[in-house]
Design a protein around this ligand. Structure first.
Ligand SMILES: *Cc1c(COP(=O)(O)O)cnc(C)c1O
Length: 411
C-alpha cells in the first residue's frame, strides 16, 4: 500500500465524547454536587424530574427510569407477564440484550429476518415467520407449533432508524401481539404516518431507551428509561423496578433491582435539552458523507444508509446513532482504514441465531440470509455531532484510495 505523506494523516475515532463534555462540564458538575449534597442517591427528585422531561420530549404519558436498557426490557417483559411457555418475535440482527432478555424470562425468541436496506426487522418476514412456525390455538391465540403462546414483537430501531411501524402494527393487530419498541439506539428518531408524527419508543403502547455512555443520549454509567401509554402498566413497572415491593418490605410479585441513580438522572437532565441539536448535527454529518461519497463516485461500490418509505409519503427521520455502509470487501477495507488510523466497528459480526448460547433454539446458518449478509458486509464509520468535515473527507478519501488500489475487488 502506498504510504500517505505524514502531513495528510490524521486520527479519526469512531466516537469522541470529549467536546460534548467540555461544553456542558459546568452544569454537569453543578448537578452532581446537588445530588451529593442532598444525600438522595437513588430514585429521588432528579429521577422524577428526568422522567417528566422524557415524557414531554417524546409525548408519552408515562416514563419510568431504570438502571439500563437491558433492565428496561426485562422489567417490561416481567410486567406484561411474559415468561415460560411464551414466545416473542424479534430480529436476529441486534445487540444481544434484545433476545437475551426474552430468553432470561424463560420465553423463546422467534427470529424474523431484516430488510437489507434499513437493517430493521421486515414486517413481511414477521408474517412469514408466523406462517412457518405458528398456528392459531383453541382460544384464537397465536401459538408456536411447540405450543408456546406468541405474546409480543420486539422491533429494534437499529442504528437510529425507525422500523416500518405502520406495517408492523398491522401484523401485531392481526395476531393481537404486544409491541415493545427497542429504541435503545434511536432516541429522537421520528416516524410520520397519516399526518401523525411519533417519536421512537413512543409509537405504541410501550418502548424503552438506553443511556449507555455511547448512545445518542449518554449517561456517565449505565441508565435506561421505559415509556408507556397505560397508567396501570406504568404502576406495575414501578413495582417491578423495586423487587415487586409495595408497601415497603411487602412483595406481591417477584421483580428486581432496576432502579435509576440520581446522579445519572441529573446528568441526563442537563444533556437532554441538547439532544435535538446533536441529532441535527449527526444528520448533517450523514448528508455530508453522502455528498462526499457521491463526489468520489463510490456509490456504485458501497451502499449508504437510507431514509426509506418516502415513496409512500412517510417520513422516517434517522438520527444516525451509527453511520453504517455496506461494502462487499468489508474486512480488507476495514484493515486499510485502520492503517490510516480511522476507527470503525462491526455491528454485528454474527446473527443472534448463530450465537453459541442460542444453539438450543435450533436455528442454523442460512436461516436468515439478509442478517448473515449484513454481518459480513456492514461497517460503521466514525460519526458524532462534532465530527469535522475535514475528518469526514479524510475517511471518504481513504475509502476511495482502497477501491483505487483494489478496483475489481470492490465489485
Ligand atoms: C444498547 C442496547 C441495548 C441495551 O442497553 P444497555 O443500556 O446497554 O443495557 C438494548 N438493545 C439495543 C439495540 C442496544 O443497542
Amino acid at each position: 500500500m502506498p504510504k500517505l505523506p505524514s502531513y495528510l494523516a490524521m486520527r479519526v475515532p469512531l466516537l469522541d465524547l470529549g467536546e460534548q463534555y467540555r461544553a456542558l462540564a459546568d452544569p454537569i458538575h453543578e448537578a452532581i454536587d446537588e445530588v451529593l449534597a442532598s444525600h438522595r442517591f437513588i430514585l429521588g427528585p432528579k429521577v422524577e424530574a428526568f422522567e417528566k422531561a422524557i415524557c414531554a420530549y417524546c409525548n408519552s404519558p408515562h416514563a419510568v427510569g431504570v438502571s439500563s436498557g437491558t433492565d428496561a426490557l426485562l422489567a417490561i417483559l416481567m410486567a406484561l407477564g411474559i415468561g415460560r411457555g411464551d414466545a416473542v418475535i424479534t430480529t436476529p440482527y441486534t445487540f444481544f440484550a434484545t433476545a437475551g432478555c426474552i430468553a432470561r424470562v424463560g420465553a423463546r425468541p422467534l427470529f424474523a429476518d431484516i430488510d437489507p436496506e434499513t437493517y430493521d426487522i421486515r414486517p413481511s418476514a414477521i408474517q412469514e415467520c408466523v406462517e412457518r412456525n405458528c398456528q392459531l390455538g383453541s382460544s384464537g391465540q397465536l401459538e408456536t407449533k411447540r405450543g408456546e403462546k406468541v405474546r409480543a414483537i420486539v422491533p429494534v430501531h437499529l442504528f437510529g432508524l425507525c422500523c416500518q411501524m405502520d406495517a408492523l402494527h398491522e401484523v401485531s393487530e392481526r395476531y393481537q401481539l404486544e409491541v415493545i419498541e427497542d429504541a435503545a439506539q434511536a432516541i429522537g428518531a421520528e416516524f410520520r404516518c397519516e399526518e401523525r408524527t411519533a417519536k421512537a419508543g413512543a409509537m405504541g403502547e410501550v418502548g424503552f431507551f438506553s443511556f449507555y455512555p455511547s448512545k445518542n443520549l449518554g449517561a456517565a454509567g449505565d441508565a435506561g428509561m421505559i415509556v408507556c401509554r397505560d397508567e396501570g402498566l406504568a404502576r406495575k413497572l414501578r413495582t417491578f423496578r423495586e423487587h415487586g415491593m409495595g408497601p415497603r418490605y411487602f412483595h406481591h410479585v417477584i421483580g428486581g433491582n432496576f432502579r435509576l441513580d440520581e446522579i445519572q438522572a441529573a446528568i441526563l437532565a442537563v444533556k437532554l435539552p441538547h439532544l435535538e441539536k446533536c441529532a441535527a448535527a449527526r444528520r448533517d454529518a450523514a448528508d455530508f458523507y453522502g455528498a462526499e461519497f457521491t463526489r468520489a463516485a463510490l456509490t456504485e461500490k458501497i451502499a449508504l444508509p437510507c431514509e426509506p418509505y418516502r415513496d409512500r409519503g412517510l417520513t422516517n427521520h434517522h438520527v444516525y446513532h451509527q453511520y453504517v455502509i455496506r461494502a462487499p470487501m468489508r474486512d480488507p477495507l476495514r484493515e486499510h482504514l485502520a492503517k490510516r488510523e480511522i476507527e470503525t466497528a462491526i455491528y454485528y459480526p454474527l446473527g443472534l441465531h448463530e450465537q453459541k448460547c442460542f444453539t438450543y433454539l435450533g436455528y442454523k446458518k442460512g436461516d436468515f440470509p439478509e442478517t448473515e449478509r449484513a454481518a459480513r458486509e456492514t461497517l460503521a464509520l466514525p460519526i458524532y455531532p462534532e465530527i469535522s468535515r475535514e475528518a469526514q473527507r479524510y475517511v471518504v478519501n481513504a475509502i476511495a484510495e482502497f477501491f483505487k488500489v483494489t478496483p475489481n475487488r470492490g465489485k
